[in-house]
Design a protein around this ligand. Structure first.
Ligand code: CMC
Length: 393
């Protein structure tokens, strides 16, 4: 056997080159295609950022209009796919529903599966960007037992998604511009994050030349874990548990620091950011403002702020360079918007989608790409001889 390097969790191994996203974990820098996240969050829109990530440049006004209307034209789900939502149990978690529906797209759109046909990849890209918000809203409607609306393509992507999530058939749904702007910004902040767990999954599945729908469906499952995208719902559950229990914030912190099994300060820590997460800095600034504008002052926000204050001044967290990450405050905003906790990670998936697509496409176009096939270090028993059943002690 040749020399194999062991690197559990890939803490020190680059799996690919990439020209999409730049992170400097020490300095707290995040850039998409060279543009600082702070500038994009303030001035851009989610669809524009999606275009930037996927095609490499900011769109001209004409390109953005054409891209927006292409996405708008594909928001409908096939009626047969819509029926899938009746088949899931009412209390189904929306993340596996989302992943199943994306997986099913490869049965409905067999004309856009080839990973090497540019026209087909482009069509799958648009279909995914257009249909994922519809699928996500239907997963939510299904879980609360309300009828599924049809998309209204006079609306923008985020407006459409909010109307599909909260509107009712016989009512005009008033889209709240404060909510639209906040959600659009949150999607921008989530749009890509180089080789994280779900993106690496999308690439690994795609490296075997599986189609884009199959690869993204796998990425959604990867995102669902509580150490990854699932952290945003886990934060809210943690805050709720602290409020409900007799424990005060300090008792909870002691349990975290004693490393009780399964007890972590959710929404804290990051593999790459060791000083601060620039996304969290932006979110923290807007969280308070948005909660105020929506008129939802939340007791849980106070608990979160208290936890943060303790952690930032505590030796345990300081020595391990643990800071609030993107998931620490998002849940409170999503809750104020009216989403149930189960939907939070689905919202992360909606934001991350353009990143997954951009990374998958970059890989497929790269002549250096090989099938992903990590090595291992074997630790099992050495060779031994088979023993027939009657002779086994
Ligand atoms: N609370 C308490 N202790 C922690 C935490 C935390 N949130 N995060 C890390 N630690 C400790 C960990 O026990 C270890 O201690 P020691 O050195 O004594 O063994 C040390 O800090 C290093 O942690 P690690 O688990 O080796 O670090 P990692 O890079 O493998 O994990 C992480 C990164 C994000 C999975 C982890 O910090 C974590 O579990 N955080 C909580 C879950 C979370 O918020 N995830 C969202 C990540 S950001 C965006 C996303 O991907 O969704």
């Amino acid at each position: 056997t040749g020399m194999v390097t062991l690197d559990p969790g890939f803490t020190n191994t680059a799996s690919t080159t990439s020209a999409i996203t730049y992170i400097d974990g020490e300095a707290g820098v995040l850039r998409y295609r060279g543009y600082p996240i702070e500038q994009l969050a303030e001035h851009s829109s989610f669809l524009e950022v999606s275009y930037l990530l996927i095609y490499g440049e900011l769109p001209t006004a004409d390109q953005l209009t054409a891209f927006t209307s292409r996405v708008q034209r594909h928001t409908l789900l096939h009626e047969d796919l819509k029926r899938f939502f009746d088949g899931f149990p009412r209390d189904a978690h929306p993340m596996p529903v989302l992943s199943s529906a994306v997986s099913a797209l490869s049965t409905f759109y067999q004309d856009s599966l080839s990973p090497f046909d540019e026209t087909q990849v482009e069509l799958s890209t648009i279909r995914l960007l257009a249909k994922l918000p519809t699928i996500a809203a239907y997963a939510h409607k299904k879980s609360i037992g309300q009828p599924l609306l049809y998309p209204d393509n006079r609306l923008g992507l985020v407006e459409n998604f909010l109307r599909l999530s909260f509107g009712l058939p016989a009512e005009d749904y008033e889209v709240d511009p404060v909510m639209v702007k906040a959600l659009d910004q949150l999607f921008i902040l989530h749009a890509d994050h180089e080789q994280n767990c779900s993106t690496s999954t999308v690439r690994l599945v795609g490296s075997g030349q599986a189609n884009l729908f199959a690869s993204v469906s796998a990425g959604i499952h990867a995102l669902s874990g509580p150490l990854h995208g699932g952290a945003n719902s886990a934060v809210l559950e943690m805050l709720g548990d602290i409020r409900k229990s007799d424990d005060d914030v300090d008792t909870f912190m002691t349990r975290v620091k004693n490393k009780e099994k399964g007890v972590r300060l959710m929404g804290f820590g990051h593999r790459v950011y060791k000083n601060y997460d620039p996304r969290a800095a932006i979110i923290k600034k807007t969280a308070d403002e948005i909660l105020q504008k929506l008129g939802k002052r939340d007791e849980l926000l106070d608990i979160a702020m208290r936890l943060e204050e303790i952690a930032l001044n505590d030796e345990y967290f300081i020595s391990r360079k643990l800071y609030p990450n993107v998931d620490f405050y998002t849940g409170l905003i999503y809750k104020a918007m009216g989403f149930p906790t189960k939907m939070f990670t689905v919202l992360f998936a909606l934001g991350r989608l353009p990143g997954w697509i951009a990374q998958w496409r970059e890989m497929m176009e790269d002549p250096q790409t090989k099938i992903g096939r990590p090595r291992q270090v074997y630790t099992g028993v050495p060779e031994r001889d088979y023993v027939p059943v009657p002779d086994r002690g």
